[in-house]
Write a protein that binds this ligand. Structure first.
Ligand code: URP
Ligand code: ZN
Ligand code: ZN
Length: 457
């Protein structure tokens, strides 16, 4: 049976227009005015916006940190994603030390298969680099894993500059893309010790151990390494005005630098760490929250289209039983916050509704740009004939308040507690299946692995 979505305002990066959409099976087959089919199921979208399904290219579900596991796994994390309007996530499959990339991919496939409520793919996080791993890059790309990740911080994960250079050279051959967590790991280690030696053990010491320059130095170094290698790069969770300046400079001299930021770096300030109370462990993530000036510069950059994507870096740990591992030592608080459910509503409420960005720009940074950068376009990221029918019918009149008590994320808090919201995902279609109806999930576990091609942005 076909489905016709009637009278909605279809949003694209260039324009928004009222039209009907007809879906057959998994695909959009027609877009036009007054589409008719007596047999079709009709969804009235009058007064609503119709977005291509949102894509979150930065999640950590079912991640084992060595002593604890993230609160959300693929079952709970993807269900929370789809309720919020996110129809595809890209998670970080991570190579454990001693493992091949193929083994890591097998592990992640097992975690996600049959339990995911939205579509999914993986970036491959490389934590060990040698000739054997290099030989696996071609295999990964042929299996649809076309983006990779390296860390410049975290001792158990990080690679050195030479290895990052070598990975970039190798990826160029296969049109693969390397995203990097940019923080100077040596400085972080020393500055953590400095804080602890001075008796600063509370979460308030976390941002002091990772000031802006710890990020911007690493961003600048990564950009220089990429310049030498002659490769495009992607920077995850950029949070500072200084890092932005480095990116703008690099682009002016012709480098291809893609940039992601996250709602927390646009909406939450470092003043949240000021209380000496352990409550602020809820905001311990890396990079840490920044100052108002950074937030304002990020919003301006978003509006000027200098930031390409918004991801969440969803990496949830319960406050009770997980974050409190660091009650006597802030450096032992597991890093990360939840957000996969709330990214669309936060960006609509505090971006579009408050006039900082347009709905068309929201469509770019939450959907189309991500699909293009990570090799899923035009299957994903756009409402056009032939594309997957991943569609969000967005009720612009709906109002709400974010709370741990009304969220689907499987975690005992939200960093956005009490945030007032405008708009919500009223209906969500995943490859033509009606999976969210009037804000409630009605069909679970329909997510599939998405094999991706190279970057075409
Ligand atoms: O604190 C964070 N962001 N944890 C998740 C892992 C990462 O750095 O992306
Ligand atoms: Zn990171
Ligand atoms: Zn991350």
């Amino acid at each position: 049976m076909s489905i016709i979505i009637k009278n909605g305002t279809i949003v694209t990066p260039k324009k928004s227009y009222i039209s009907d959409i007809r879906i057959e099976d998994e695909i959009i087959v027609d877009i036009g005015e007054n589409l008719e089919d007596d047999q079709a199921k009709i969804i009235d979208a009058t007064g609503c916006l119709v977005f291509p399904g949102f894509i979150d290219s930065h999640t950590h579900f079912d991640l084992d940190t060595g002593y604890t596991r993230t609160a959300d796994n693929f079952k709970t994390g993807t269900a929370a994603a789809i309720v919020g309007g996110t129809t595809t996530i890209l998670d970080f499959a991570t190579q454990n030390k001693g493992e091949t990339l193929s083994e890591a991919l097998t592990n992640w496939n097992k975690l996600a298969k049959d339990v995911s409520s939205c579509d999914y793919g993986f970036h491959m996080a490389i934590t060990q680099w040698n000739e054997d791993i290099k030989d696996e890059i071609k295999i990964m790309c042929s299996q649809g894993i076309t983006s990779f990740k390296a860390y410049m911080a975290y001792d158990n994960l990080r690679l050195n500059d030479g290895e990052i250079y070598d990975i970039l050279k190798c990826l160029k051959k296969y049109n693969g893309l390397l995203s990097v967590h940019c923080e100077n790991g040596d400085l972080v280690n020393t500055m953590i010790k400095e804080q602890l030696n001075s008796g600063n053990i509370t979460p308030a010491a976390h941002p002091l151990s990772r000031p802006n320059i710890v990020e911007s130095e690493a961003v600048s170094r990564y950009i220089d390494i990429a310049n030498l290698a002659g490769a495009p790069i992607y920077i995850v969770h950029l949070s500072t005005k200084e890092s932005l300046e480095e990116v703008v400079k690099a682009r002016k001299r012709g480098q291809k630098v893609y940039v992601e930021t996250c709602p927390q770096y646009l909406l939450l300030e470092d003043s949240l760490y000021l209380s000496d109370d352990f409550e602020s462990a809820k905001y311990v993530l890396s990079p840490p929250l920044r100052k108002r000036d950074d937030l304002e510069k990020l919003w301006k950059a978003l509006s000027a289209e200098e930031i390409d994507t918004i991801g969440t870096d969803h990496c949830s740990f319960n406050f009770k039983g997980q974050k409190d591992h660091g009650i006597n030592d802030f450096s032992k608080i597991p890093n990360g916050i939840p957000g996969v459910e709330h990214r669309p509503v936060l960006m609509y409420s505090y971006g579009v509704d408050s006039g900082k960005i347009t709905k068309e720009q929201m469509c770019s940074v939450l959907s189309e740009n991500i699909a293009k950068i990570f090799g899923m376009y035009p299957r994903k990221g756009v409402i056009q004939v032939g594309s997957d029918a991943d569609i969000v019918i967005w009720d612009v009149l709906s109002k709400g308040i974010i709370s741990k008590d009304n969220q689907s994320q499987n975690v005992d808090y939200t960093p956005f507690e009490g945030f007032k919201t405008v708009g919500s995902a009223k209906h969500v279609f995943l490859r033509g299946k009606h999976v969210v109806e009037n804000g409630n999930i009605i069909k679970r576990n329909s997510g599939k692995f998405i094999k991706r091609g190279g970057c075409n942005f």
